[in-house]
Design a binder for this molecule. Structure first.
Ligand SMILES: Nc1ncnc2c1ncn2[C@@H]1O[C@H](COP(=O)(O)OP(=O)(O)OP(=O)(O)O)[C@@H](O)[C@H]1O
Ligand SMILES: [Mg+2]
Length: 268
């Protein structure tokens, strides 16, 4: 029986920044796990040919028989591409390097920007009763990222607390605006989250001040600290919440999940 308290449609969030190594995958995995702790059912879509979210959640390459690529091309049933993870309530659609050819292969497909949108809105999704879908985007503003933005209600942007952090943001915002003007008029910026923050480092503080001054309320109150436990967790195939539940990194992602949920409830 369906739970009347669950929304009919999951909230779909693209975790995107075309800059590499800023914490997209780390945020996707750990925010996903933290949302599960709050009682949500969460689906992570690995939309990066690097497959880091899949590896970080313990799905080995040989166990990725069906992937996001098959889902986009409608070559697999939704139920067959969704895998459970070791975190209760957290599921994953894995990716492999196959996905790197999608950009070129899909050029002639007139629905090329809508493939993920359509895949995530097929009737088979309803049975899973996901509350939230998080899409881990590649470090590029390519067709895959556009698919994520067209499929999503909002974009969550991890911003590394380092020099030049804000430089790439205008390009990202431009892409969001383009998608909003065409395929997805209601696309919102969910928020910008500062990652790898080092409170002892003046630069981190300057980036934070700069981001808050320029972007105001878009910047989450929660800041994710640089924390070695966060970087170790993927090699144990676990979210940091399970790898070291008392770590500062785990606490930060819990706070982010709470802030996101409160924001979401305010808007709803
Ligand atoms: N809060 C943190 N503390 C310490 N290390 C971190 C933290 N967040 C991320 N890292 C490390 O920084 C590196 C980059 O993070 P991550 O893979 O999440 O970035 P990404 O944006 O997904 O990268 P890509 O653009 O390649 O997909 C990883 O080695 C990760 O373990
Ligand atoms: Mg990544």
């Amino acid at each position: 029986m369906s739970n009347p308290l669950r929304p009919a449609q999951p909230k779909i969030i693209a975790v995107a920044n075309q800059k590499g190594g800023v914490g997209k995958t780390t945020t996707t995995i750990n925010l996903g796990a933290a949302l599960c702790e709050l009682g949500n059912k969460v689906l992570i879509v690995d939309l990066d040919p690097q497959g880091n979210a899949s590896t970080g959640l313990g799905i080995e390459t040989e166990d990725r028989a069906l992937t996001t690529y098959d889902l986009l091309l409608d070559e697999a049933e939704l139920n067959d591409v969704i895998l459970p993870t070791s975190t209760v309530g957290l599921s994953l659609i894995p990716a492999t390097v196959d996905l790197s050819s999608a950009d070129i292969e899909l050029i002639a497909n007139e629905k090329r920007s809508y493939l993920l949108h359509d895949a995530l809105r097929q009737p088979a999704m309803d049975n899973h009763q996901f509350d939230v879908v998080l899409i881990d985007c590649p470090p590029s503003l390519n067709l895959l990222t556009v698919n994520a933005m067209v499929a999503s209600h909002s974009v969550l942007v991890p911003l590394q607390s380092e020099f030049f952090a804000l430089e790439g943001l205008s390009q990202l915002m431009l892409t969001v605006r383009e998608v909003r003007q065409s395929a997805n008029t209601s696309l919102r910026i969910e928020g910008i989250v500062l990652t790898m923050y080092d409170a002892r480092n003046n630069l981190s503080q300057m980036v934070e001040a700069d981001a808050r001054a320029n972007l105001g309320e878009l910047v989450f109150e929660t800041v994710i600290p640089r924390n070695v436990r966060v970087s170790e967790a993927p090699s144990y195939a676990l979210p940091v919440l399970a790898y070291d539940t008392g770590s500062k990194g785990a606490a930060a992602y819990r706070a982010l999940a709470t802030e996101l949920t409160q924001k979401y409830n305010r808007v709803a």
